[in-house]
Design a protein around this ligand. Structure first.
Ligand code: GTP
Ligand code: MG
Length: 208
């Protein structure tokens, strides 16, 4: 039985397993039986994702919201984007984007940070590249202390201002602009285009 919070890929896993079963049955010439599936070797039960009715831990609910487990209509998108930026700023992911930065490459010479970015063949979306570059340069130019909450808030504010330009969000209303920027940023994160992040650190020892 596949059980878990919403949107973690239970159904995708069930479908993949089902697909594997069909392919291997077809290879063995048992396709008809597989489609009828009257006597499968394994029964997989998918379940709808569930959450407790109330989550009091703010960090936990932010993580769940970031993954899409909690409906976006219940969460302030600007708060969520700020939370994501604090994770990104403290991570190593952005360092992989150094190769796009001419300023950085001029100072640092060659970039020795192994990049996973697509270099041959795959055309990276221009906007994604511009967002990565802007974030990289803001963090690199940052002189404050990331561990200090006030410094971090300041960096995130600067990033928002830059992202408004990069994402071409113009309006008279600052609140509206921040919401548009936030929605776009969260979307880039959820589609994996701003790197991969482990939201919950893995326990060093497992207690059973
Ligand atoms: N990047 C990535 N995305 C995945 C993976 N598995 C599923 N997804 C995506 O995650 C989203 C949710 O996947 P589902 O399989 O519907 O998740 P679920 O756990 O069944 O969600 P509920 O039924 O709402 O509880 C979909 O957009 C999937 O395409 C994976 O292994 N990697
Ligand atoms: Mg599902």
């Amino acid at each position: 039985m596949l059980v878990g919070v919403p949107n973690v890929g239970k159904s995708a896993l069930a479908n993949s397993l089902h697909q594997i079963g069909r392919v291997s049955a077809a290879e063995k010439g048992k396709f008809k039986h597989a489609t009828i599936a009257s006597h499968p070797n394994i029964y997989i039960l998918d379940t709808p994702g569930i959450l407790p009715p109330e989550i009091l831990d703010a960090e936990l609910s932010s993580k769940l919201a970031l993954t899409g487990a909690i409906s976006d209509s219940l969460i302030d998108q600007s708060d969520l984007a700020q939370y994501f930026l604090s994770i990104l700023n403290l991570s190593d992911e952005y360092k992989k984007w150094a190769k796009f930065s001419t300023t950085y490459n001029n100072i640092a010479g060659t970039c020795g940070c192994g990049s996973e970015l697509e270099t041959n063949g795959n055309q990276i979306d221009f906007v994604v590249q511009a967002v990565r570059l802007a974030l990289f340069e803001e963090i690199s130019a940052f002189k404050g202390n990331m561990e200090d909450e006030n410094d971090m808030v300041q960096l995130i504010e600067t990033q928002f201002t830059t992202l408004r330009n990069v994402l071409n969000v113009t309006s008279d209303s600052c609140g509206y602009m921040n919401n548009v920027v936030s929605t776009k940023l969260i979307n880039l994160y959820r589609t994996g285009r701003l790197g991969h992040y482990t939201l919950d650190s893995f326990p060093r020892t497992c207690e059973f």
